[in-house]
Design a protein around this ligand. Structure first.
Ligand code: GLA
Length: 382
């Protein structure tokens, strides 16, 4: 987000509605440093917020109607209270679903006009939809004087995603968008909801995190995500534990499971939780280079045990390492999207160019990249 986005949505609001907005709010996308597919297993995650965000200018209106204009696709959608029915499709469902979730939780939400823009890459596993939900929620909460803590905002946004849009996700993306702070990663326990802001001063350590979007469409993401989740829940039921978070002795658990695929799924979740706990230790100690082997191990686990990577993503990770990255892994739900690579400060462009060459040789789309600085969570920006 830039000051430009604030100005752009404010101007567009005035042009469209003939009055100034009451304010401007923003909510970021995220990268997950480590802890993939652990959230819905009551486990641990460690995301940080991106500078890319959804920025929304908004004001209340005197009736029970919501209008939302996206400057990205020049589309305006209008809905009333009777349209707030779970199962709505289209981008506006993430806005309508937030109104629905707030109302369902007993909050009084008045009609509003919203004009938004987003620079979070779409469909890249960087939580563009959570950013849209959380930006809407932050704006509507402020406009309606609702006193809702960041964690509860995340839960409401997740409720929108799960029950209104119909995606069975965990709390990772929404918690990252509402709770992250600049220069920190968020260590988050998805069972107790305890959180810790862990300093992530990569610059001082002479490092940076490259995000590279493989531009691979997420073709199977919805069905495969749900299958992975179901497999984890079945395994927990067989093991007699509330969630895979509760598996204390991995070998004993694996002995109890007959299905080879299910054993691999469990091994990923249990070892990934362990890696988040190790990662938080390295960060607390300021030993950022020690993150690298954990990133590598996380990727191998997602590739071999959870089987959520695809060839473009695997090639990007391998090529990143060949080009000198200290460690690299896919980030997000999987089946395409982005990788993150821990690289020496100033080497991101060179590493990305090397990956780009390997992609060209393999006949893949040209990837896009940026250096991801840990940025602020959702809030009022204008
Ligand atoms: C998606 C979901 C999250 C989480 C990740 C995988 O981003 O929305 O809840 O499960 O995948 O870690």
């Amino acid at each position: 987000m830039s000051d430009n986005d604030i100005e752009t949505v404010s101007k567009a609001f005035i042009e469209r509605h003939g009055r100034p907005p009451a304010g401007v709010w923003a909510a970021p996308g995220r990268v997950n440093l480590i802890g993939e597919h652990t959230d819905y297993n009551d486990g641990f995650v460690m995301p940080y917020a991106l500078p890319q965000r959804v920025t929304v200018a908004a004001a209340l209106r005197p009736d029970d109607t919501w209008t939302v204009t996206s400057l990205n696709n020049s589309d305006t959608q209008t809905f009333g209270r009777s349209d707030l029915v779970p199962g709505m499709s289209g981008w506006q469902a993430y806005v309508a679903g937030v109104v629905w979730a707030l109302a369902e939780a007993g909050h009084r939400v008045a009609g509003a006009d919203l004009v938004l823009t987003s620079d979070v890459p779409l469909g890249a596993g960087l939580s563009s939809s959570a950013a849209l939900e959380c930006a809407t929620l932050t704006a509507l909460a402020d406009l309606n004087d609702l006193d809702i803590a960041p964690l509860d905002r995340a839960k409401l946004a997740r409720r929108c995603e799960n029950a209104f849009v119909g995606a069975p996700t965990g709390l990772l993306d929404q918690a990252a968008s509402t709770m992250c702070t600049g220069d920190h990663a968020l260590f988050f326990d998805c069972r107790s909801f305890d959180s810790e802001q862990v300093p992530l001063d990569l610059k001082t350590a002479g490092l940076e995190i490259l995000v590279l979007d493989t531009k691979t469409p997420h073709a199977l993401v919805d069905s495969e995500y749900a299958t992975r989740r179901a497999s984890c829940e079945q395994a927990a039921a067989i093991l007699g534990v509330p969630a895979l978070r509760d598996v204390e002795d991995l070998d004993a658990a694996l002995d109890q499971l007959k299905d080879e695929e299910m054993r691999r799924r469990v091994r990923h979740v249990v070892t990934e939780n362990g890696r988040v706990l190790q990662a938080v230790q390295t960060l607390r100690a300021g030993d950022f280079r020690a993150l690298a082997p954990l990133l590598d191990a996380s990727h191998a686990s997602m590739r071999d045990d959870f089987e959520i990577t695809v060839s473009t993503v695997d090639l990007a990770v391998e090529a990143a390492r060949e080009a000198g990255a200290l460690g690299a892994r896919m980030t997000g739900g999987g089946f395409g999207g982005c990788i993150i690579a821990l690289v020496e400060a100033g080497s991101s462009d060179r590493v990305a160019a090397f990956i780009g060459d390997r992609f060209a040789e393999a006949g893949y789309h040209h990837p896009e990249h940026f250096v991801a600085l840990p940025s602020a969570g959702a809030g009022r920006v204008g």
